[in-house]
Design a protein around this ligand. Structure first.
Ligand code: NDP
Length: 267
């Protein structure tokens, strides 16, 4: 069984380690999962070559998620809603089924720490990751969902997709308190905190940064200073989206806990 994670760059990807660990849980001896560096202008040809070589599935990462969405002839509902594909399942006839497991990964990780029903959720960012998690978050029945973004128009556009209960805001115009605040911007990658008021963190607020790495992210440092009760990085989301992709391909539910613990130590 051949699987790949396709991106550019790709050397940093932890996906091979994660999926090999999942496969080991089920003793899948013929499972192979490697990194694929696709040329920036040659994603479709790269995928076609992988299909011709007997590939069964692929994870898609930066910068190809939107291109993968356009390439797949079949889409799951959640991939269609996200307009981005992070998981491709290759059918026996070579048909590409596009899926998006980022939202399921985030929600499963959040639910390990808190419930989302009747919570006031704030989603910071309106890029691909925010699009992917919007519907899965709404499916948990929050009291309200607000999207704030540096470019307000993108937040407004995304809010329209979620329906009437979604509000859009600029960072500095945010008012009131939130129980769950999710950073889906790439600001932390650039080492930047966000220009949001410190008053938005409710007393028992859970702050979540999709980014992960050694030490605290700038957003989580900001949240902690503002009094957030729980500050969680995106490593669990990474494992959650991988476990969901593994399930899409194999029908097997991997246990993320031992893999998460091992990776946390290795960060
Ligand atoms: P995109 O490039 O699609 O979107 C980037 C978002 O970040 C936009 O909303 C953009 O705002 C905002 N942004 C960028 N720079 C800044 C800044 N300096 N200040 C404020 N806002 C900023 O990226 P993705 O949505 O694909 O990824 C977002 C983050 O999520 C990344 O850090 C990525 O690593 C992480 N991620 C983690 C996953 C996991 O499994 N843990 C899975 C997927 C993503 P604007 O619209 O104004 O440009």
């Amino acid at each position: 069984m051949k699987y790949l994670v396709i991106g550019h760059p790709i050397a940093h990807s932890k996906s091979p380690q994660i999926h090999q660990a999942f496969a080991a849980q089920f003793k899948l001896a013929d499972f192979s999962y490697e990194r694929g560096l696709a040329p920036l202008e040659g994603f479709a040809d790269f995928v076609a070559d992988f299909v011709a070589r007997g590939g069964r599935g692929a994870n898609i990462t930066v910068p190809f998620k939107e291109e993968a969405f356009r390439l797949c002839s079949e889409l799951t509902e959640r991939a269609a809603a996200a307009e981005a594909v992070n998981t491709i399942k290759i059918g026996a006839n070579g048909v590409l089924l596009g899926d998006n497991t980022d939202g399921a990964g985030l929600v499963s990780d959040l639910l390990r720490h808190t419930s989302l029903a009747n919570k006031r959720i704030l989603l910071l960012g309106a890029g691909g990751a925010a699009r992917g998690v919007l519907l899965p978050l709404l499916a948990e029945g929050p009291l309200s969902l607000t999207i704030a973004n540096r470019t307000l128009a993108r937040a407004e556009q995304l809010a329209l997709r979620g329906g009437i209960m979604i509000k859009a805001s600029a960072f500095d115009a945010l008012a009131g308190e939130f129980d769950v605040i999710i950073n889906a911007t790439s600001a932390s990658l650039a080492g930047l905190a966000l220009p949001v008021p410190a008053t938005i963190f409710a007393e028992k607020c859970l702050a979540y940064d999709m980014m992960y790495g050694k030490g605290e992210t700038p957003f989580l440092a900001q949240a902690q200073q503002a009094g957030a009760a729980q500050c969680i990085d995106g490593l669990g989301m990474l494992l959650g989206q991988a476990a969901e992709a593994f399930y899409v391909w194999t029908g097997l539910r991997a246990d993320i806990e031992p893999v998460l613990a091992e990776m946390r130590v290795a960060l």
